[in-house]
Ligand binder design. Structure first.
Ligand code: PRX
Length: 662
């Protein structure tokens, strides 16, 4: 598993960063040697209703930060700004896909959060109750998150491209009593019927008492008066101030479902005090934010990036943000660059998939617009290849500003490894997330848990707890222990490959487990498999991935059909529809192979490396099968059988005899 540092790596100076304010090495050392002293000092920047008794209580695998402290995140984001000049500053410049806009100042956001909190209370939502938020990128989503935080209700945001069934799975697991949704959402000129999906979920989940509907699209929506209520009706008379609950630092704030090694997504549980501190500090450090920052994180709030860095951290820091509802290429490929010029965005934080998509369409689109307001760029969600990094650096940053490539996860709450121009700029290498944040102590281990020398690839682990660390997996402490803490006891296991180069720069090299990253979205092979075998024509299935030029990875599925269903394009399309209906559009397979048998070892384990080799068109080398525990001969025989006997269909492919679909 040795990989030398990329020879194309250029050492780029970052003197363009403004106002570095510290000494990175010194700060990192301090946080490592005296974490309680360091974090205790940092936490003084938050407003506490009651100061903590103890900075850290660490009993593997549970870290409890600021034990005994009381605070409220909606207070951090709003109330405390009401006493300062931030009060009348713009919190969000919102822009809809249709070009409609809304400006929300901090004062207005504060007023609305109180109103929404009163409305939730009127529905009987109490501290500790769960609320599911299934909304597109409209202002109601951050407002409901803040309102839940205010009254101590645990919220779970479900990405709006998930299907009704996927929503139901999450609502059921978290036992939400309310689903908040919108009439629909705009996507590339179409209206998607979110409310219908919410109804499907509510019918499957007896825990749901009410669906609150935000009117966003103009189409007709059927309402069941016993269950459904329009937000506007609910808000009538809800204009009072709502006292923020005094939450314990370790009280849960939200549950966010993400994919792992099991068929069902797991509910990542985040707390209040440590999380609030971690996201605000890491944002300052990675992006050197200041009063004049106009921040645009393009992530959907349905993912952790949106939770931490669209909603909470920018508001804690009193920044002005841009929030955009629609697709990046709608109606034209320069929509994003128009937005940057229009609002004078100073920091753009986006994904490698988006960058690669723009790269494919050519530099003439950004070149049409004035991007001179930008002073830092960011990247997140998947490894960024050096070509995309350099394209971004040249065509968006015009070779004058640096890129903070931030490596982190749903579980980590905030950035873990990233350049830190807000502390001290260091040189950058395209494709490397560079150095750990203060408080993050990573190591690269081999399969036996031995620390590897620089230059070799292995598993990244984090040796010490940090304030943004997840509290638990919701209702599943065994899975929490097993997933993150059992392979290398005492160390947190993120599940990524990593290499530390000779300059101690870290290169995050993708997932080491059965998680696929499609356009930066996390989905597990087990989830895809369990969804597809739910179709009556499928006997057995295995999912794998193939590198994709734009999306990073594409889903490839191997399926054995039940007797009586021959392989055809129709069944392939039917299975694709089934996957999209069970999970959502991100589960669309690029290709489906129909095979007579899935290749398995004598002990019955699917030979995943072999499937990957077939999917990528690689040959079977001696090492490629070792991880599966299969012998090379066994694997070669299975490979020959697969290559000879499979029918495969690519996405969008049709039988020659069938007519194109309308
Ligand atoms: O594999 C890593 C990849 O995304 C995974 C976490 O996915 P998720 O929980 O959905 O959070 C995405 C947003 C933080 C990681 O295990 N990943 C994320 N950022 C990077 C990355 N891989 C390489 N470089 C990154 N900057």
């Amino acid at each position: 598993m040795t990989q030398a540092a990329d020879s194309r790596v250029a050492h780029l100076p970052t003197t363009q960063y403004f106002c570095p304010s510290g000494d990175y090495d010194e700060m990192w050392r301090r946080a490592d040697q005296d974490p309680e002293g360091f974090w205790g000092e940092q936490a003084m920047d938050l407003d506490w209703f009651k100061r903590w008794d103890k900075v850290l209580d660490w009993k593997v695998p549970y870290a409890r930060w600021f034990v005994g402290g009381k605070l409220n995140l909606s207070y951090q984001c709003l109330d405390r700004h009401m006493k300062t000049e931030v009060k009348n500053k713009v919190a969000f410049h919102w822009e809809g896909e249709l070009g409609d806009t809304q400006v929300l100042t901090y004062a207005e956001l504060y007023r609305l959060t109180n109103n929404y909190a009163a409305a939730l209370k009127r529905l009987g939502v109490k501290r500790g109750d769960r609320v599911a938020l299934y909304l597109p990128m409209i202002p109601a989503l951050p407002i409901f998150m803040l309102a839940c935080a205010r009254i101590g209700a645990i919220f779970t945001v479900v990405f709006s491209a998930f299907s009704g069934q996927a929503l139901a799975d999450r609502v059921e697991d978290v036992e939400a009593k309310i689903i908040v949704t919108s009439s629909g959402m705009h996507r590339r000129g179409k209206i998607l019927p979110l409310k219908d999906n919410a109804v499907e979920a509510a019918k499957k989940c007896p825990c749901v008492e009410k669906i609150v509907v935000v009117k966003h699209t103009g189409h007709n929506v059927e309402m069941d008066p016993a269950r459904d209520v329009w937000l506007n009706d609910l808000l009538a008379g809800c204009d009072e101030y709502v006292e923020p609950e005094h939450m314990d630092s370790n009280d849960p704030l939200f549950v966010l479902y993400t994919s792992g090694s099991t068929g069902k997504p797991k509910g990542i549980l985040h707390g209040t005090g440590g999380y609030s501190l971690w996201i605000a500090k890491t944002m300052q450090w990675a992006f050197n934010t200041d009063k004049k920052t106009v921040w645009w994180c393009t992530a959907d709030i349905g993912w952790i990036t949106g939770h931490s860095y669209v909603v909470f951290a920018p508001l804690e820091l009193g920044l002005t943000s841009v929030m955009y509802e629609g697709a990046p290429d709608y109606p034209t490929l320069d929509r994003w660059w128009q937005i940057i010029a229009k609002y004078g965005v100073t920091i753009l934080y986006t994904s490698p998939t988006a960058i690669r998509m723009f790269m494919r369409h050519g530099e003439e689109w950004p070149a049409k617009h004035d991007l001179s307001s930008l002073r830092i760029l960011g990247s997140v969600g998947e490894p960024i290849n050096p070509e995309a990094w350099l394209w971004y650096y040249r065509n968006i940053g015009h070779e004058r500003i640096g890129i903070s490539d931030t490596w982190w996860q749903t579980e980590t709450g905030g950035f873990m490894i990233s350049p830190t121009p807000g502390i001290q700029p260091h040189f950058l290498k395209p494709g490397s997330a560079t150095k750990p944040m203060p408080g993050i102590v990573p190591a690269v281990l081999d399969a036996e848990g031995k620390e590897l020398p620089n230059g070799e690839t292995g598993f990244i682990v984090i040796k010490k707890p940090w304030p943004g660390m997840l509290l638990d997996i919701y209702h599943n402490p065994e899975l929490y222990q097993k997933t993150y803490w059992s392979r290398f006891p005492g160390y947190y296991l993120p599940g990524d490959y990593c290499m530390k180069d000779q300059d101690n720069f870290l290169w995050l090299l993708g997932r080491a487990d059965e998680v696929i990253k499609v356009a930066g979205h996390r989905i597990s092979t087990a989830e895809l498999e369990s969804a597809i075998v739910g179709h009556s024509a499928v006997a057995e299935a295995a999912a794998t991935s193939r590198p994709d030029e734009i999306k990073g990875e594409a889903i490839i599925m191997f399926v054995t059909l039940r007797k009586g269903t021959p392989p055809s394009v129709e069944i392939k399309n039917e299975l694709t529809r089934h996957l999209r209906a069970t999970i959502g559009t991100l589960a669309t397979p690029e290709e489906i192979f129909f095979v007579n048998l899935l290749p398995k070892t004598r002990s019955g384990k699917i030979m995943r490396r072999l499937l990957k080799a077939v999917a990528t068109g690689a040959t079977i080398g001696d090492t490629s099968t070792l991880d599966d525990g299969a012998s090379v001969d066994e694997a070669k025989a299975a490979f020959a059988e697969l290559s000879a006997g499979s029918h495969h269909y690519k996405s969008g492919e049709r039988n020659p005899e069938t007519k194109p679909m309308p």
